[in-house]
Design a protein around this ligand. Structure first.
Ligand SMILES: [Zn+2]
Length: 409
């Protein structure tokens, strides 16, 4: 137990260090006194310039490595300042040979190589619009004796006549979501707003909007919370000639970015609608998991939030009748088989989702009640969601001690 607790704390710290503007406990807040104003300008179709100005001199800016993104796509423009990868800590470090510096500029190229377990750095709309992931700009700064989390203030500048849209500022966690640069404006979509790539087929758009509206209503009711600020969806359409169908989503704060691809999106089919609905409900579950004043998604034991999102989606899709009972049963069978195929382990990507789902499914408890309790516990304790919390919440629900009323937020 001690060890588990210790890991959880490391997880929290790491999260803070990697994420600017996270409200942290008072003791940590004293350290967070260096900020950076970053002006991010789009200077060409696939070229940006980021100008950093720190509030005090620093000896290094250390960022969690994102595959080879920075090595391949970043060019430091300021003389004497270099970018290097530190393989031992898996970080990218900007420094001036140990001497203090207070500003630097970097040119950043579009980069859409998929990085395992990370967001796509820059995603493309077919009409020239781009999504730029801001989470890769922040990190921790070294100054004097120690390392401190960096608070960032990012200002966006599009090219003339272009919209530069900052992501919704999350109530907790990193501001690192996608900024949009392009010709479009978000259009209202129920309680949410959305920017769709014009290449997204009409039936896909309709299916996504319909699921989003129905699942929003359900999660709002079941968990007693509505996303603050309101949900924003960004949907890009990649390669339409690739075989099959792929849909990837990433939720940060109140923003969900979806990337679609594959020729199978061209023709409508109920099985494809069921798949789309599942992806949408899963990503939306993450948005709701993060609608807490403190705590929330942690770095350790990802099966808790991923398997949890699978369980929340399964529950919501059935309750809203977006899925038939047969769709639901097929999903459960598929997930349990995938988990068995992974040897019941959380070590693989598939295992995190499928065996995570199995953990929740095996409790036999009502998912909405269990996760409502998880949200209350994370807020009460400030600890991130964890296996221990799942156990604790399960016990509460079984004992009927859980709050049976959804909380008004
Ligand atoms: Zn997920």
């Amino acid at each position: 137990m001690n060890q588990l607790r210790c890991f959880a704390l490391i997880g929290v710290f790491w999260h803070v260090a990697a994420a600017a503007q996270q409200p942290f406990p008072v003791s940590a807040a004293r350290l967070a006194d260096i900020s950076a104003d970053i002006r991010l300008s789009r200077v060409a179709d696939d070229t940006w310039r980021a100008d950093y100005v720190f509030s005090a001199p620093v000896s290094a800016l250390t960022m969690d490595a994102a595959g080879d993104f920075r090595r391949d796509a970043w060019t430091i423009l300021s003389p004497g300042i270099v970018l290097a990868n530190d393989a031992a800590t898996n970080t990218d470090v900007v420094s001036m040979g140990g001497r203090p510096f207070q500003r630097f500029s970097v040119e950043i190229k579009s980069y859409d190589v998929a990085i395992p377990k990370a967001y796509i750095a820059v995603d493309r709309f077919s009409d020239g619009g781009r999504l730029f992931y801001l989470g890769f700009l922040g990190g921790a700064v070294a100054s004097g004796a120690g390392s401190r989390p960096l608070t960032t203030h990012i200002v966006l500048a599009g090219r003339p006549g272009e919209t530069a849209l900052a992501p919704p500022q999350p109530r907790t966690g990193a501001p690192g979501a996608y900024a949009y640069f392009g010709a479009r404006q978000p259009t209202p979509a129920g309680a949410a707003s959305a920017i769709f790539d014009p290449a997204v087929p009409a039936w896909v758009k309709e299916a996504m909007l319909d699921t989003t509206a129905r699942i929003s209503r359900y999660y709002g009711q079941a968990y007693g919370r509505v996303p603050t600020p309101p949900l924003v969806m960004m949907v890009t359409m990649g390669d339409r000639s690739a075989p099959g169908l792929s849909m990837k989503g990433g939720a940060v704060g109140s923003q969900i970015a979806y990337r679609l691809g594959g020729e199978q999106f061209l023709a409508d089919h109920p099985a494809k609608r069921a798949y789309i609905a599942q992806q949408v409900a899963h990503e939306m579950a993450h948005v709701w998991q993060q609608q807490v004043a403190r705590g929330g998604v942690g770095e350790e034991a990802p099966w808790v939030h991923e398997g949890g999102a699978e369980a929340m989606a399964h529950d919501a899709l059935l309750k809203t009748q977006v899925w038939t009972a047969a769709d639901g049963a097929a999903f459960v069978a598929r997930s349990l088989k995938r988990c068995t195929d992974e040897g019941g382990s959380f070590d693989s990507y598939d295992g995190i989702y499928a065996c995570g789902f199995r953990q929740f499914h095996a409790t036999g408890l009502d998912t909405a009640q269990l996760w409502r309790t998880m949200m209350r516990l994370t807020e009460q304790t400030g600890e991130p969601y964890s296996p221990h919390m799942v156990e604790h919440a399960g016990k509460e629900v079984r004992q009927g001690a859980a709050s049976t009323q959804p909380r008004a937020d």
